[in-house]
Write a protein that binds this ligand. Structure first.
Ligand code: FES
Ligand SMILES: [Fe+2]
Length: 380
């Protein structure tokens, strides 16, 4: 799990001004809520007074009230009231928790888990079809996996599994992947391939009566650990599956998906589209939840890649760059620390600005950046 990234923490509809919502992201707990103006906020869940869970509290005048002694926290994570203190007593400077940047987009709450200043934060992935309701029909849903989120994104970028895992998409007798180009930019990469699917069944027969080639373009964006799959079933019938993969912890992932189609736009076809989308997830789950090891190995030579794995490898490469910057959570250390011994948090931008002064809780252990690894091995 990597910090200084955007992750989707909730559906917009799950976050209200009526009650705080508690979510687990990257193995830690966070509290989401809306202030009186309707703006969504995300703060660390652990109260700095005696460690109660803020997400179990209640809302009071746009602030979260801790359920234990009633301290009230605003959207910036600052305590604005300590009920046990006489009104004229100043609030201690360290009465604050980390607060994380939030963007609402595509009906989701995106949270930046890290301390980078705004100008250095990555963009969110584009999804222009979402707002283009005149031409696109969208449906949405969730999927929960007992698997590591990077394995799940890789599965979505994996061209060569379709004929074996999704028989309605690919044909095992024509499983060869022809050459493809990988297009990359700073945060994402994509590649287009052609495959010959078996003839469709049910109402989808209307669309294709012959085994004509279908174009597919899987892509990833590091923000949200997003996987987007474009499929052109005919020259004009285009569908998109756009999913964000949030690490609940190292081995559990909450995927939120939106499926957009520019054909069969009547809501009558939603049920069929949903069934097909969920079937794909169910087929992938059978495989992905049993991959060994559960985590993508740090030394990539421990798995053998071939040419058709190119897009997955581009994703591995990008993640590796982030890990080498020193942004990967050291999960072994984290487990050791939080096993009832210590509350830890992901550093927030305000913490960086104040150089860690005035914050009570310590931050999560991170794997050393590449420069330090090089120094350590030189010293050995
Ligand atoms: S533990 Fe939160 S107010 Fe005391
Ligand atoms: Fe799949």
């Amino acid at each position: 799990m990597i910090i200084n990234q955007w992750y989707v923490a909730a559906d917009s509809t799950e976050v209200t001004a009526a009650a705080p919502a508690k979510v687990r992201l990257c193995g830690l707990d966070f509290t989401l809520f809306r202030d009186a103006a309707g703006r969504a906020h995300c703060i660390s869940d652990v109260c700095v007074h005696r460690g109660a869970s803020l997400g179990e509290g209640r809302m009071e005048k746009g602030c979260v009230e801790c359920p234990y002694h009633g301290w009230q926290f605003d959207g910036a994570g600052n305590v604005v009231r300590i009920p046990s203190l006489p009104a004229e007593t100043p609030i201690p400077k360290r009465a604050r928790v980390d607060s994380y940047p939030v963007i609402e987009r595509y009906g989701w709450i995106w949270v930046f888990l890290g301390d980078l200043p705004e100008a250095e934060r990555p963009p969110l992935p584009d999804f222009p079809e979402y707002a283009d309701t005149a031409n696109w029909r969208t449906i949405r849903g969730d999927w929960h996996w007992r698997a590591n989120y990077a394995r799940i994104v890789e599965n979505g970028l994996d061209f060569s599994h379709a004929p074996f895992v999704h028989p309605s998409f690919g044909d095992r007798d024509r499983a060869e992947i022809h050459d493809f180009e990988i297009e990359q930019d700073a945060w994402s990469a994509r590649a287009k391939v052609t495959y010959i699917p078996p003839l469709p069944r049910g109402i989808w027969k209307l669309m294709r009566k012959e085994r004509t080639p279908v174009q597919a373009q899987p892509s990833f964006h590091l923000s949200g650990a997003t996987m987007r799959l474009d499929v052109w079933l005919t020259s004009s019938w285009h569908m998109v599956i756009f999913d964000v993969n949030t690490p609940v912890d190292e081995t559990r992932t909450h995927t939120r998906w939106i499926m957009a189609r520019n054909f069969f736009r009547h809501p009558l076809f939603d049920g069929d589209s949903r069934r097909r989308t969920l079937k794909i997830f169910a087929q992938d789950t059978q495989i992905v939840e049993k991959i060994c090891p559960e985590i993508v190995p740090t030394d990539l030579r421990e798995e053998l890649s071939v040419k058709s794995d190119g897009l997955m490898n581009a994703f591995r490469q990008r993640r590796r760059e982030l890990i080498e910057r020193g942004w990967a959570i050291d999960v072994d250390m984290l487990r050791h620390h939080i096993d009832g011994k210590r509350a830890l948090v992901i550093p927030s931008p305000a913490r960086r600005e104040s150089q860690g002064r005035n914050f009570v809780l310590k931050t999560v252990p991170l794997l050393p950046p590449r420069a330090e690894i090089a120094l350590q091995s030189a010293a050995q």
